[in-house]
Design a protein around this ligand. Structure first.
Ligand code: SAH
Length: 389
């Protein structure tokens, strides 16, 4: 068994429950090839946890357990059972959900999304990548399905020196899947959509927004495949205006609106929402509910200032477009913009627009996108519903 020995004082973060061990914290490494399981010890040699060695030199290893247990197939089987038990409890009716959320589930580097009888696996670390066949077999057994797809085409894999790959892991099937969520039916494609084909992290938030939408004229401004707008539509919205910069996304939204029988109240536009919201506001257009779910404006700390401006701009335009007594439904998935900062940004936008905002709900990612208290990095989604007064 290999060992990673930390410098004096560098055990503090790990003891507090953080899972990442950085190169600069390490005094000595013995027998630790990428993917290996090693003991992590403090400067005096006392045991801190079991870790999986990375393919990256900077983020050298990730803790898998605090106890001195073997990290073998039985360990993963137990961990996966725990993941499923939790999802059945917090999302008993969901047929599509995130079964494994990497660090959030103490399984760093492994993500598994379930869409009806198919699951999609992502391995973002070297150690999970070399174990992915075994992990897929375990998940298949647990779920009682033989349909698995691998979506390992995301750029983060390069940090672990892993090539982008995607394709069938088990079975061969139509990658276009008809999924159900909150009473809506959506067609997704796990082989090519954003994320693993769908934004599962907003499931509970869609339900919260749709629950307020009866009789309202709704704008879904970064709609992707239309999930927010469609769910508002089936909950009785008077109209839904779908907008996205991407033509394939708008095509998906159109298809999903049709599937749910709301095409008659829907409008679709392939446009840049920044420009279009401005234009609409100037023309005097107003909506009863404006939904904003832009892509992350920053993926690193350095670009936070620009992201703040982006969020302020888009929310200012959104507020201006909301009729008094209407709702602003706004999201941020930028890791480096915390909830308090996000609220402050919205507040400055509201001040510029000369409006008061009543906070209806402050939410985060769905409960199956587990958050580890000791790792703030595991919480990324901010979701706010305001009533504009
Ligand atoms: N609300 C969606 C997810 C939105 S993801 C859901 O829950 O499924 C962000 C979307 O914004 C993407 O579909 C992307 O194509 C779109 N987008 C990015 N920049 C845009 C812009 N300037 N104007 C409009 N849409 C944009």
């Amino acid at each position: 068994m290999g060992t990673i020995k930390l410098y004096k004082g560098k055990d503090r973060r790990i003891r507090a429950g953080h899972l990442w061990i950085f190169e600069g914290e390490i005094d000595e490494v013995r027998e630790a090839a990428p993917g290996d399981i090693v003991d992590v010890v403090n400067h005096q040699g006392s045991f801190l946890g079991k870790a999986m060695v990375s393919g990256s030199e900077t983020l050298k290893a990730r803790i898998m357990a605090r106890k001195d247990v073997p990290i073998d197939e039985a360990f993963f089987a137990r961990a996966l059972e725990g993941c499923l038990e939790y999802r059945r409890r917090v999302a008993p009716d969901a047929t599509c959900y995130r079964l494994v959320n990497s660090e959030g589930d103490l399984l760093p580097g492994l993500t598994v999304d379930v869409y009806e009888d198919v699951f999609v696996l992502q391995a973002t670390t070297y150690g999970m990548d070399i174990r992915k066949r075994m992990l897929a077999e375990l998940v298949a057994k647990l779920l009682g399905t033989g349909k698995a797809y691998e979506r390992d085409d995301m750029p983060v894999r390069r940090y672990e020196k892993l090539e982008p790959v995607k394709g069938f892991l088990m079975g061969e099937f139509d990658t276009r899947i008809r999924i159900r969520e909150n009473g809506a039916v959506m067609d997704i494609d796990v082989s090519e959509g954003q994320k693993t084909g769908y934004y599962l992290d907003q499931r509970e938030n869609r339900s919260a927004a749709a629950g307020l939408s009866a009789g309202l004229h709704v704008l879904d401004a970064f709609c992707y495949n239309g999930s927010f707008g469609v769910q508002a539509g089936i909950k009785g919205a008077a109209s839904v205006h779908f907008m996205d910069l991407s033509e394939p996304a708008i095509e998906k939204a159109r298809e999903n609106a049709r599937l749910n029988g709301i095409e008659g109240i829907s409008r679709f536009e392939t446009v840049n929402a920044f420009d279009e919201l401005n234009k609409l506001a100037k023309e005097g257009a107003r909506y009863d509910m404006v939904m904003l779910d832009p892509p992350p404006f920053t993926r690193n700390k350095e670009a936070v200032e620009g992201a703040i401006r982006g969020y302020k701009e888009i929310n200012l335009r959104g507020i201006k477009l909301t009729r008094p007594g209407g709702y602003l439904v706004t999201s941020s998935c930028s890791q480096h913009i915390g909830m308090e900062l996000f609220k402050e940004i919205i507040l400055t936008a509201a001040a510029d627009a000369g409006k008061y905002l009543q906070l209806v709900e402050a939410r985060s990612q769905a409960k199956d996108h587990t958050r580890l208290l000791s790792m703030p990095e595991t919480e990324y989604l901010k979701f706010l519903i305001f009533r504009v007064a």
